[in-house]
Design a protein around this ligand. Structure first.
Ligand code: NAD
Ligand code: ZN
Ligand code: ZN
Length: 346
């Protein structure tokens, strides 16, 4: 089969690899029908995740059809149409029993990271019973690819941890696919104001069409002054960090209202200053989370009932065999006005 293979920082190739086989009784082999590229794949290619070794097939998102199941798989059979979760979970360890699949002692984020991933014609999924979700008949496959990672990430790490309530003022710092996924799912809770902050006017304009009540380009505006002006100098009830830099986390610290919450989503590579000299008395909560994908069944229902339209996040489509060009488009997101790209295995 053909797959997108990592060959060390800056190096990748679309090349021949052996078709995966069942290694454990709980495994399933899935023929990938659609997959996508994540910002995290770009982090891997930059060399930010040294645990990814040469020869690894990348990708942790996708939908497909089951080709073969191991003798221990009870929920799925050959021919079933499935959504692949970016998080692999055994369902049996202490963390899984708490619903913290991201910390599964036998899985977690391993696809396209510690084991071969979904940017390939076929993929092996360990613990298939717990790590795959049945796709209802008549579903739009492209929309569901957005449920492998970015929608549960925005919802769980941003909206649920941020404890958003009706009437709240919410600020989302970062209007990339993950910040936009938080913007789409925060609307389940009817906040009064959703203020999006980014440096890219194109992404802020998209945010307006997705339901942002205000947008701020922090390149040319003082975002703290602006948010304080809009909130009677109080700040926001929930501030969601969806970038992953010291500057944007510190911006969140300046924007949170007394009693409010900072819900971090961003992956941080550098330490951040925590301004306890001002925050110690402000009754705030700071949360962090690696996406668990425990809300995937709920999000699937909201897509089925058309409360959520993930297709809005897709800007480009390619054949899977054209993945090198798709990476180029995704890597130049500003120039190409790209959000998510869909790759189809024809
Ligand atoms: N916690 C998790 O489980 C989890 C899962 C998936 C992704 N992530 C992380 O979420 C973050 C967002 O992911 P994404 O795919 O949307 O990334 P992205 O790079 O596409 O989007 C980030 C956005 O932030 C904006 N930005 C950059 N610097 C800024 C600044 N100083 N002020 C305002 N805006 C700024 C960029 O213009 C961009 O639109 C990343 O750090 C990613 O690694 C976390
Ligand atoms: Zn991802
Ligand atoms: Zn587990």
């Amino acid at each position: 089969m053909k797959a997108l293979v990592y060959h060390g920082p800056g190096q990748k190739a679309w090349e021949e690899k052996p078709k995966p086989t069942i290694l454990n009784p709980a495994d399933a082999i899935v023929r990938v029908s659609k997959t996508t590229i994540c910002g995290t794949d770009l982090h891997i290619l930059k060399g930010d995740t040294p645990e990814v070794t040469e020869g690894r097939i990348l990708g942790h998102e996708g939908v497909g059809v089951i080709e073969e199941v191991g003798s221990g798989v009870t929920t799925f059979k050959k021919g079933d149409h499935v959504l692949i979760s970016c998080i692999t979970s055994c369902g049996k360890c202490d963390y899984c029993k708490k619903g913290m699949y991201s910390h599964c002692e036998n899985g977690g984020w391993i696809l396209g990271h510690l084991i071969d991933g979904t940017q390939a014609e076929y993929v092996r999924i360990p613990f298939a019973d717990n790590s795959l979700y049945r796709i209802p008949d008549g579903s739009d496959e492209e929309a569901l690819v957005m449920l492998s990672d970015i929608l549960p990430t925005g919802f769980e790490c941003g909206v649920l941890n941020g404890q958003v309530k009706p009437g709240d003022t919410v600020v989302i710092v970062g209007s990339g696919p993950v910040g936009l996924a938080a913007l789409l799912t925060v609307q389940f809770y009817s906040p009064a104001e959703i203020i999006m902050i980014d440096l890219d006017d194109n992404r802020l304009n998209i945010a307006k069409t997705f339901g942002a009540t205000r947008t701020i380009n922090s390149r040319n505006t003082d975002a703290v002054e602006k948010v304080m002006g809009l909130t009677n100098k109080k700040g926001a009830d929930t501030v969601i960090e969806a970038v992953g830099t010291p500057a944007t986390f510190e911006l969140c610290e300046s924007l949170v209202a007394p009693g409010g919450r900072i819900a971090n989503i961003g992956v941080h590579g550098k330490s951040v200053t925590l301004h306890l000299e001002t925050l110690w008395s402000q009754n705030i909560t700071i949360t962090t989370r690696l996406v668990d994908t425990v809300t995937t069944p709920m999000l699937l229902k909201t897509v089925q009932s058309k409360k959520l339209n993930p297709l809005q996040l897709i800007t480009h489509r390619f054949k899977l065999s054209d993945i090198i060009r798709a990476y180029d488009t995704f890597q130049h997101a500003d120039r190409e006005k790209a959000l998510k790209v869909i790759l189809t295995n024809e």
